[in-house]
Design a protein around this ligand. Structure first.
Ligand code: PEP
Ligand code: MG
Length: 568
């Protein structure tokens, strides 16, 4: 993390400087810049060896520092809720991790000082996690964060983290450690912008939960000094340095009016001229489903069944699975629930389902492919869904993830229909979008997973911060595949939804509706934003926006073209 100190004021004659990135949480905020504090100075590896007689004491010094760091994080976890609490608890757990501890102790026993041993041991784990890739690579950020906290504690440096400014401020950073973002006070930090990070980064997830306007992947941010006034626009994806004050304040006021409209949103989703569009929620369990009902979602567009089983070493029984699904169905007695069968593998490994030895897990045995090795995993899950449906009197839709061929879809559909359930598949692999007509001959619906469809279309890891521009859901190739899929749905008279992160972007939601998408499913916290935006536009304007976006050459041009078409 770099933390520039105030430098020269921006040149007033040159006008405001606008930096562009990926918008991840809508909303607009105006305030002075703060940067993370306490960049920790790490020791070099050439420090003198600790004499043998002092090594036990050095071990104890390390243990005390690690315990203090873990306790501090655990206390903050106890005071936090939701995702923030989970993130803080995970980081606290890492500060107590036996593997990390013994790697440090071994080095101390060999003569390294506690700070040097901490840095070396952490590096070993960073390399390990980075090598594993996917979601495990994100753990490297946690390891570095814990390393910095322990070294700071050992060497008497200030605890690294986000400042707590007196004046409501905008936090800029290279990237934010999970524990930093989880501890944010939204009364003091009113927006976030980071130089790195993508739409699925920790920064984005926590900003979404706190409702803080957020833009990630903003080039040029490092040159913005602390104290500079900036306007963060989480819908347009811009950070404007030294904006013209009158229009900046007007933009903030407009955004507040939009926020007020969100608070009034009650569903069901429809455009201003009454074209119905189901606005649904992505959930992982009964708790999430009840929260989604409270947020006025019309149903569940994506039940990520694998998430409830994270950390399990054995497959949950049919009865246990059925009980979990029944809770979700019961949250929407009259609403739609789309359940996705286990999407184990790649960024969501499950010990009982994921092969441990794949060189390239994103292209490996994940999603529906897991049933090639163990067909019973799928049949038992479908049995559980059938039981839950019977118990609650629901009619769930069931879809498979990571489907690539028509034959896979046809086989899956037959198994689903046998149990009296409604079959569909996710559109995550470009082959499905390209042959959507043929897939729909076997299925009752399609649901586009833009997170994976973008990674497989642009050949860019969805978790790579460095490639976030490629996995931007406004990429022309992705938009073209969505349009092709929606058009196939229109021809077949069958619904095509979007359940990836793209559906959470209110502007893109209008474009998707204009392309013929019939439902949008997003995080419960984004439901009102999407629903309220749709209520302000006519279907004809959405169609114009879709055409304009499809004709654009890159994501920024597509956003600008869609915005212009909607405001005409
Ligand atoms: C997607 O790929 O867009 C999707 C919704 O699935 P997940 O994010 O769970 O992989
Ligand atoms: Mg996916």
């Amino acid at each position: 993390m770099s933390s520039p100190t105030p430098t020269a004021l921006p040149d007033a004659l040159a006008g405001p400087v606008v930096h562009t990135g990926t918008p991840v949480v809508p909303g607009v905020a105006l305030g002075p810049v703060v940067w993370p504090t306490g960049v920790v100075q790490l020791p070099g590896s050439d420090a003198a060896a600790v004499p043998e007689g002092e090594r036990l004491a050095e071990r104890a010094r390390f243990a005390a520092a690690a315990a203090t760091v873990a306790e501090r994080l655990a206390e903050r976890a106890a005071a936090a809720t939701g995702v923030s609490a989970e993130v803080l608890a995970t980081t606290a757990g890492l500060a107590r991790d036996r593997g990390l501890m013994s790697a440090v102790e071994q080095r101390i026993d060999a003569g390294a000082s506690a700070p040097v041993a901490t840095v070396a041991a952490a590096q070993q784990f960073v390399e390990l996690f980075t090598g594993l890739g996917g979601v495990m690579a994100e753990r490297a950020t946690d390891v570095r964060d814990v390393r910095d906290r322990i070294v700071a504690q050992l060497t008497g440096q200030g605890e690294p983290g986000v400042p707590s400014p007196e004046v409501p401020s905008v936090l800029l950073a290279d990237d934010l450690a999970p524990a930093d973002t989880a501890g944010l006070d939204p009364a003091r930090i009113i927006a976030l912008a980071t130089r790195l990070g993508g739409a699925t980064s920790h920064t984005a997830i926590i900003a979404r939960q706190l409702g803080l306007p957020c833009v990630v992947g903003v080039g040029g941010l490092a040159d913005v000094p602390a104290g500079a006034l900036v306007l963060v626009d989480g819908e347009q994806g811009t950070v404007t340095v030294d904006p013209e004050p009158v229009s900046a304040r007007a933009r903030v006021a407009d955004a507040r009016a939009v926020a007020a409209a969100l608070a009034r949103y009650r569903g069901p989703g429809a455009t201003r001229d009454g074209h119905p569009v189901q606005v649904l929620a992505n959930v992982q369990d009964g708790v999430g489903a009840r929260a989604a009902a409270g947020a006025h979602a019309e149903g569940v567009g994506l039940l990520r069944t694998e998430l409830a089983f994270f950390g399990r070493t054995t497959e949950p029984s049919v009865a246990e699975q059925a009980a979990g699904y029944a809770e979700v169905f019961a949250a929407f007695p009259d609403g739609k629930v789309v359940l996705r069968t286990l999407d184990a593998g790649s960024d969501k490994p499950l010990a009982f389902a994921t092969p441990p030895d794949e060189a390239n897990p994103a292209l490996g045995v994940r999603g529906l492919r897991v049933a090639r090795r163990d067909p019973g995993l799928l049949t038992r899950q479908l049995d559980a869904v059938q039981q839950a449906a019977r118990a609650t009197g629901s009619h769930p839709w069931v879809m498979a993830p990571m489907v690539a061929t028509v034959a896979e879809a046809a086989d899956f559909a037959a198994q689903v229909r046998q149990r009296g359930l409604v079959p569909g598949v996710m559109v995550e692999v470009p082959s499905v979008a390209l042959l959507a007509d043929r897939f729909l001959e076997h299925l009752d619906f399609l649901s586009i997973g833009t997170n994976d469809l973008s990674q497989y279309t642009l050949a860019a890891d969805r978790l790579s911060a460095e490639l976030a521009d490629l996995t931007d859901p406004w990429q022309p190739a992705l938009l073209a595949l969505i349009r092709a899929t929606a058009a196939a749905g229109e021809r077949a008279g069958k619904p095509v939804g979007v359940c990836g992160e793209a559906a959470a972007d209110p502007l893109l939601a209008c474009v998707l509706v204009g392309m013929g998408v019939t439902s949008l499913s997003c995080a419960a916290s984004s439901v009102a934003g999407v629903g309220a935006k749709l209520a302000t536009v006519d279907l004809a304007a959405c169609r114009r926006a879709a055409e304009a976006a499809l004709a654009a050459g890159d994501p920024a041009a597509a956003r600008a073209a869609a915005r212009a078409a909607l405001s005409r």
